[in-house]
Each structure stands twice: as C-alpha cells, then as structure tokens.
Design a protein around this ligand. Structure first.
Ligand SMILES: [Zn+2]
Ligand SMILES: [Zn+2]
Ligand SMILES: [Zn+2]
Length: 87
C-alpha cells in the first residue's frame, strides 16, 4: 500500500462535521463528492465537482492530506506525494 510521511503521521482520521462543502454552501453551488482536510478538518468538494475546493484548499493552505468524506469510503490522499492509502 502506497503511503508517505504525512499519511503515516495521522493517528486518527478526521471525519466531516457536516456532509456539505463549506465553500459551495457560501456561493450556492453544488458538489459531487466531499473530502475532509486532515490538518484543519474543513470539508470541501472533490475534483469531480465544478469548484474543486478541496484541491484549491490544499494548494493554498499547504495542508497535504485529505480523507474521503463519502459514507463507506475509507481512504486518505496526500497531494505533495500523490500518495493514496486505505485505512
Ligand atoms: Zn505525503
Ligand atoms: Zn465546493
Ligand atoms: Zn486544511
């Protein structure tokens, strides 16, 4: 299983506070899937969504790892390392 120092450092995975993209809600847009930042806990939309807020957040903030916030999905992704891991 591919992993990296950022993913290995996560002791407990942060889940979504709410099942909605915080940024899309502000502007009234829709999303497809949700991702939760493992550094600050914000839940944002995936790359299939029109606004790609999770990726924008990762690049702007430097927060490396997201978790899927989809029910039944248990995986982490690290942007700088392009690493993926199930948990
Ligand atoms: Zn990493
Ligand atoms: Zn969004
Ligand atoms: Zn963050």
């Amino acid at each position: 299983m591919a992993s990296c120092v950022h993913i290995t450092a996560i002791a407990s995975v942060k889940g979504p506070q709410r099942h909605e993209c915080e940024e899309c809600v502000k502007v009234g847009d829709d999303w497809v899937h949700l991702r939760t930042c493992q550094t600050c806990g914000v839940t944002l939309c995936c790359d299939t969504s029109p606004n790609r807020h999770a990726t924008k957040h990762a690049h702007q903030s430097g927060h490396p790892v997201i978790a899927s916030a989809q029910p039944g999905e248990r995986w982490l992704y690290c942007y700088p390392d392009d690493a993926f891991a199930e948990y």
